[in-house]
Design a protein around this ligand. Structure first.
Ligand SMILES: [Fe+2]
Ligand SMILES: [Fe+2]
Length: 184
C-alpha cells in the first residue's frame, strides 16, 4: 500500500463539507477542550481551593465534561458511516483499534462528568480522582485524534471512492453535528 499523505495536507484539498474536513475541524475543538482539562488538572494539583461544588471553577469543569460528552455524534459518524466502508474494502485493524479507544473514552468521559457534577467536597480524594480521569482522557484522546488525522483518514481517503464518500456524507448528515459545532 502507498504511504498515506499527511493528514493536514490531504484535508486541505477537500471541500469544506467533506466528512474528513468536518471531523478534523471537530478534532481541533476537542484538542482545545483537552488543553483546558490538562490545565484544570495542573491547577487542582497545586490547590483545590475554589473547586467546591457550585463555585465558578467547578461549574466550568461540569461544562467542560459536558462538552467532551457532546463529541458523541462525532464518534457515531465515524463508527456508523466511515468504519464500515473501510472494513468493506478490507481495512479492518485500524477501525477496530479506534472503536476500542471510543469505548474506553466513553467510560472515562462519563466518569469525569459524574465526578465533577456530584456534590462532593473538593478534598484530596476528589482532586486525586479528578486528575486520574483527566490525565487518562487527555492522553488517550490526544493520541486517538493524532492517529485518525495522520493515519486513519488518509488511509480512508485513498481506499474509498467518490460514491462511497457520498454515502458516508449522507449517513453523517443523518446522525448530525455535535452541539459545540451547531451554528445558531
Ligand atoms: Fe474516533
Ligand atoms: Fe475522530
Amino acid at each position: 500500500m502507498m504511504p498515506p499523505m499527511g493528514g493536514a495536507r490531504a484535508a486541505n484539498d477537500l471541500p469544506p463539507n467533506h466528512p474528513v474536513r468536518v471531523w478534523m475541524g471537530e478534532h481541533e475543538i476537542l484538542l482545545g477542550f483537552l488543553d483546558q482539562l490538562e490545565q484544570a488538572a495542573t491547577d487542582a494539583r497545586k490547590s483545590a481551593a475554589g473547586l467546591e461544588p457550585g463555585s465558578p471553577a467547578r461549574v466550568a469543569l461540569v461544562k467542560l465534561a459536558s462538552n467532551l460528552l457532546d463529541a458523541e455524534p462525532h464518534h457515531q459518524r465515524e463508527e456508523q458511516a466511515l468504519f464500515p466502508r473501510m472494513e468493506e474494502v478490507g481495512i479492518e485493524g485500524p477501525p477496530h483499534m479506534m472503536r476500542l479507544d471510543h469505548d474506553e473514552l466513553r467510560l472515562a468521559k462519563r466518569a469525569l462528568s459524574d465526578h465533577v457534577t456530584a456534590a462532593t467536597p473538593a478534598d484530596e480524594a476528589f482532586v486525586e480522582r479528578f486528575c486520574q480521569v483527566a490525565d487518562f482522557i487527555v492522553q488517550v484522546l490526544r493520541s486517538h485524534i493524532h492517529k485518525e488525522n495522520e493515519i486513519l483518514y488518509p488511509m480512508a481517503l485513498q481506499a474509498i471512492g467518490a460514491d462511497g464518500w457520498r454515502a458516508i456524507q449522507a449517513d453523517c448528515e443523518r446522525i448530525g453535528p455535535c452541539s459545540f459545532t451547531k451554528r445558531g
